[in-house]
Design a protein around this ligand. Structure first.
Ligand SMILES: Nc1nc2c(ncn2[C@@H]2O[C@H](COP(=O)(O)OP(=O)(O)OP(=O)(O)O)[C@@H](O)[C@H]2O)c(=O)[nH]1
Length: 750
């Protein structure tokens, strides 16, 4: 699974990357906070019909609209493409915010979220519900920064469709590719919005070509721009042969006109539009909606969110071309036969209400004051309240049906990514049906695998550092905060350093760890201290080694005696999971308990390699003999196996493996040389230099250890004009010189 990091190296974004003190939250929530303020100021929200008073009937029809009228969508893009600005406009035109936000100005959304003003990035995702022309839209905001790729993927799972936002001057960028691949994986139908058509350098054709070439998608041009860059005025609706021009004197873009193209006044545009229309109709044998659904083509629209152009047609396109929940083909629905099946896709900790869990309901219904069963946690717990995240208001509701996004209160154990059903027996019944289906298709899955909704692969963290509370007395508070944060964010790993007893945070990138640190302070009131950020290395052995060990210990009146003989050898799996084998001589007479004890011992030894204490990759372990004295506990067997394997690993020839990153730097021509010179010093390996409009795109590999703090360096080198993206490529062997330098550093010899 890719683990891509992107850093926009401009002043606004990362001036405070290392020393910020800001809380993180989504921009959607920020814009909703802003709305709340307006509500408090007494503004009238006529666009929430039925929510005033206690008219249960109309409230019911609002909270549970016909499923065909629901659109669960997300907005995905490369960092800075304009997701937040587009979202702001969407909320404004659909009537849920009363003034336009601008991520660059201090007077907007960011008034409420200092940290996002400084970093200008969307970190967490949350859902917001609103209506557009009789359709219920549940919009799930996704973060653009790659340290949060997992968040994007988690959101994609619960979407029925997505809008991919592009910067029309840049076309497809590094993270667009990543999220596009993720959307492919979850089979999410998409439409493309070429944003920033007003920007100097914006090119509709260039962006469309890049969609065709880099995403290998078939663009359906539903619109053409009227002008580009500063001359951008509006769009041509190719399907209806109409042009939509936004009134240049309207400061909020609500005022625009729709005019037919006429031979007299617009001969050139009419000709272009007619050609485009013919091409479109020729290209499409079936309706746009169907091809979008089948993901054989992607509708393309354009506009400028910042200049308030093109967003209303985008909303129309969402309702017309993206699927309703019932149009998605979810295989597992047949197993539940109308019983509840939902996916918890986001956990937030609310000081007053405790954990709030966002859920996508796939089948059945959810009611407050009822028990639900969590398949992942194998536990049953109670939903105390059920809320609908309707714009800024969390509306208490009596039930919510399939296709909707719910917010539950009261669940104490459910974590992000868990599958929720009505009861254990319902899970068992569904499992039986799934098994029968699996047998037909000759699939061999375990019960849990059959029922869990498509899992998100959690990438291995590449960075770690120690974290300390301000005093020993605060350790339990820190443990509690980390536990809550882990429920929200499964890509955060926490472990205990066995030697120092310190708590260690393992994360996806520098920013990820900084944000966690910051949230502990902001949300849990704990000032913690981070140790230096370290790269997560791995170790591997180069030759086969046999070892034997005996453990003889008497505890109380019980003697534990075990002798093991095993062999460790290198294999190519690129995995941290050791391959475990049994020699023919032992395979037959080993009990299940002894087997498990042996495997536990092997796993625990492989967690800490002999060179740096890093996990061991690419190893196979064969058990040759295991002699157990009667009464010996399985813990003692595991301990003996672990010690024996560590002995073998120590004796073997070994090497350190380091994370190697794919790097993509986009830089203007004049700064190319200093960037290349700097990369050469960082053991960088340049594969290709491409041209993208006026920029150069440098593509290559660089060891992660050499690229820490790169954002600051690149900013200085290029006066803040460059951006870069990093993605974990693989773990590669360090050369012997670099390895011995690292070892001397770690052992304090240099
Ligand atoms: N010229 C122009 N600039 C835009 C447009 N839309 C957004 N921007 C600018 O692009 C920058 C990034 O916009 P955001 O809306 O924060 O982008 P984002 O994709 O949400 O960014 P992340 O949340 O950090 O991934 C800001 O400076 C915006 O003002 C547009 O249509 N035209």
């Amino acid at each position: 699974m890719s683990n891509l990091r992107i850093f926009a190296v401009n002043q606004k974004k990362i001036s405070s990357l290392h020393y910020f003190n800001n809380m993180c939250s989504s921009k959607i929530r920020a814009s909703l906070k802003r709305l709340k303020l307006h509500v408090l100021l007494g503004r009238n929200y006529s666009s929430l019909p039925g929510l005033i008073g206690n008219d249960i009937k109309s409230l019911h029809s609002i909270i549970n609209p016909p499923i065909a009228k629901i659109r669960n969508i997300g907005i995905m893009a490369h960092i800075d493409a304009g997701k937040t600005t587009t979202t702001e406009r969407i909320l404004y035109y659909s009537g849920y915010t009363r003034s336009l936000g601008d991520v660059d100005d201090g007077d907007t959304v960011t008034d409420f979220m200092a940290q996002e003003r400084e970093r200008g990035i969307t970190i967490q995702s949350a859902a917001v519900t609103f209506d557009w022309k009789g359709y219920r839209i549940n919009l799930i905001d996704t973060p653009g920064h790659v340290d949060f790729t997992l968040e994007v993927e988690r959101c994609l799972r619960v979407l029925d469709g997505a809008v991919a936002v592009f910067d029309a001057s840049a076309g497809v960028e590094a993270q667009t590719l990543t999220v596009w691949r993720q959307a492919d994986k979850h089979k999410v139908p998409r439409i493309c919005f070429l944003n920033k058509m007003d920007k100097i350098g914006a090119s509709f054709n260039y962006a469309v070509e890049s969609i065709r070439e880099k995403l290998k998608a078939k663009p359906l041009l539903l619109q053409l721009p009227v002008g580009e860059g500063r001359a951008f005025k509006g769009v041509v609706d190719v399907v209806r042969t109409e042009k939509l021009l936004w009134n240049p004197n309207s400061d909020d873009g609500k005022d625009f006109e729709r005019k037919p193209l006429l031979e007299m006044s617009d001969p050139k545009l009419l000709k272009e539009a007619t050609e485009a229309r013919n091409a479109l109709i020729e290209q499409l044998q079936t309706a746009i909606h169907r091809v979008t659904l089948a993901q054989t083509a992607v509708p393309v629209l354009c506009g400028s969110a910042l200049k308030n152009k093109g967003v209303q047609p985008l909303l129309d396109a969402i309702t017309m071309y993206l699927p309703s929940p019932e149009e998605r083909n979810y295989e597992f629905l047949q197993w539940y036969k109308g019983d509840l099946c939902a996916l918890a896709f986001k956990v937030l900790h609310d000081k007053q209400r405790g954990p709030l869990v966002f859920m996508r309901i796939y089948s059945g219904m959810l009611k407050p004051q009822t028990a639900i069963h969590n398949i992942n946690g194998n536990c049953t717990e109670r939903v105390s309240r059920l809320l609908l995240p309707f714009a800024d208001q969390h509306i208490e509701i009596p039930l919510l049906t399939a296709g909707n996004i719910a917010l539950t209160v009261g669940l104490k154990h459910t974590a992000t990514g868990d599958t929720i059903v009505s009861s254990r027996s319902s899970a068992l019944a569904a499992s039986r049906r799934a098994k029968r289906e699996g047998e037909k298709k000759q699939k061999e899955n375990s019960e849990a695998e059959r029922l869990l909704l498509a899992g998100v692969e959690i990438p291995e963290p590449v960075f770690f550092c120690t974290i300390e509370p301000p005093s020993m007395a605060k350790q339990p508070d820190l443990d509690h905060a980390l536990k809550c944060l882990q429920r929200e964010d499964p890509s955060l790993k926490v472990k205990l350093d066995p030697d120092s007893g310190q708590t260690v945070l393992c994360g996806m990138g520098e920013l990820h760890i900084e944000i966690i640190h910051d949230r502990i302070k902001r949300e849990y009131g704990l000032e913690t201290y981070l140790g230096p950020l370290q790269v997560a290395y791995r170790e591997a052995i180069l030759n086969s080694i046999r070892a034997t060990d005996t453990l003889d210990r008497t505890l109380g009146d019980k003697r534990h005696l075990v002798t093991v003989e095993l062999e460790a050898k290198p294999v190519e799996t690129s995995s941290l999971l050791p391959v475990i084998e049994y020699a023919a001589s032992v395979a037959g007479d080993l009990s299940q308990a002894s087997r498990e004890a042996f495997e536990n011992g092997v796993h625990s030894a492989c967690l800490q390699g002999p060179l740096l204490g890093s996990p061991v990759q690419d190893v196979a372990v064969t058990l040759h003999s295991l002699v157990i004295h009667p009464g010996t506990s399985t813990t003692m067997i595991s301990a003996c196996v672990s010690r024996c394997l560590q002995k073998a690993l120590k004796k073997a020839d070994k090497q350190i493996l380091e994370p190697l990153m794919n790097l993509e730097v986009t830089v203007s021509r004049e700064y190319l040389s200093p960037v290349l010179a700097d990369l050469a010093q960082r053991r960088g390996n340049i594969q290709e230099i491409q041209s993208r409009q006026d920029n150069k795109v440098v593509i290559g590999y660089v060891p992660l250890a050499e690229i820490m703090g790169y954002s600051t360096v690149l900013r200085t080198l290029t006066s803040g004009s460059a951006t870069f993206a990093l993605e974990l490529s693989n773990y590669q062997a360090m050369n012997p010189q670099d390895q011995s330098m690292l070892l001397s550093q770690r052992h304090g010899l240099s």
